[in-house]
Design a protein around this ligand. Structure first.
Ligand SMILES: C[C@](O)(CO)[C@H](O)COP(=O)(O)OP(=O)(O)OC[C@H]1O[C@@H](n2ccc(N)nc2=O)[C@H](O)[C@@H]1O
Ligand SMILES: Nc1ncnc2c1ncn2[C@@H]1O[C@H](COP(=O)(O)OP(=O)(O)OP(=O)(O)O)[C@@H](O)[C@H]1O
Length: 282
């Protein structure tokens, strides 16, 4: 038997950093949605407890450092599973980009092994397990447009965002989330209006939603990597309705109501970036 799970990238329409917690993590308030840019995981059962990961991406760790490996081990330990698995990861989401690729792979592993090993765990339990692997994993388990709070573990589903095209562009730098959070001085941060984004989604008001896109971490990452601001300026120059950095960056995405606009932005950015694509939200 062979199973396939898609692992879509996420974008942060809004990301507010509220405070630093005593445990060192930051209290967040975010609006997230998933896009049609996805890794693909194929699961094959192995008779013993082996964990084998193969991938088209040459530089990813395939041992305990990989989120997928950690997720398999967590399920084996928690549910006394004596079987193993071979997982083929077709990597399409740029790595260390702010698009939650590793988290989505972990969430896809939870969903895939829940089916392969017939664990019959409810989504809420998969979300709780995901919390032990990474901040975005609980969100990625269902991947629906959501308001996400706490460290990232409190997920409230919202309706899908108004239909639009998303142009995703990653400049030629990779960013470590941990390093960006270390540079954060909470009292100096800019705070986007997360409730206004939520209200716009509830009213299905596309332009209101676009007006409130914002990310507290964007000025922090852009100070270190000026490419982020240059890229955002280019998005607006080429006609995106709005643009903002995703997660801790460096990827910037722009929203366009019309496909012709999205295509113009895509053509304008192609030479400037590692990765550019035009996608739909899910
Ligand atoms: C910023 C986001 O992209 C928003 O979607 C994510 O929260 C980042 O998720 P991620 O890359 O999976 O990050 P994790 O591996 O969970 O955390 C990396 C590091 O970022 C910092 N971190 C992360 C989340 C959070 N709420 N507060 C933090 O301070 C911590 O130092 C942590 O060690
Ligand atoms: N399955 C995986 N896919 C991608 N990266 C992984 C994976 N497992 C471990 N990693 C490691 O995690 C680091 C961050 O990768 P990832 O692509 O998830 O970051 P990200 O896009 O910045 O995520 P986020 O938006 O959640 O901050 C990489 O440096 C990589 O070595």
């Amino acid at each position: 038997m062979e199973l396939i799970e898609k692992a879509p990238a996420k974008i942060n329409l809004g990301l507010d950093v509220l405070s630093k917690r005593p445990d060192g993590y930051h209290e967040l308030e975010m609006i997230m949605t998933s896009i049609d840019l996805a890794d693909r995981l194929t699961f094959q059962p192995l008779p013993t407890k082996e964990i084998e990961i193969v991938t088209n991406c040459s530089f990813l760790p395939l041992d305990k450092k990989n989120n997928i490996y950690q997720t398999v081990q967590l399920l084996q330990q928690n549910y006394g599973v004596n079987e193993g698995v071979r997982i083929h990861l077709q990597k399409e989401i740029p790595v260390a980009a702010g698009l939650g690729g590793g988290s989505s792979d972990a969430a896809a592993t939870l969903r895939g092994l829940n089916r392969l090993w017939q664990l019959n765990l409810p989504m809420t339990e998969l979300e709780q397990l995901g919390d032990a692997i990474g901040t975005d994993v609980p969100y990625c388990v269902q991947g629906k447009t959501s308001r996400v709070t706490g460290r990232g573990e409190i997920v409230t589903t919202l309706p899908p965002i108004p239909p639009c095209w998303v142009v995703v562009a990653k400049p030629k730098v990779s960013v470590s989330t941990g390093k960006i959070f270390k540079l954060v001085a909470v009292e100096e941060l800019y705070h986007p209006n997360i409730s206004a984004i939520e209200a716009a989604i509830l009213e299905q008001n596309y332009f209101e939603m676009v007006n409130h896109l914002g990310n507290s971490l964007e000025p922090v990452t852009a100070k270190r990597y000026p490419q982020v601001h240059l890229l955002k300026e280019k998005f607006m120059q080429f006609g995106a309705d709005g643009a903002v950095m995703s997660g801790s960056g460096p990827t910037v995405f722009g929203l366009c109501h019309k496909y012709s606009r999205a295509k113009r932005v895509y053509n304008g950015l192609k030479g400037f970036c590692d990765h550019v694509s035009i996608v739909r939200t899910l």
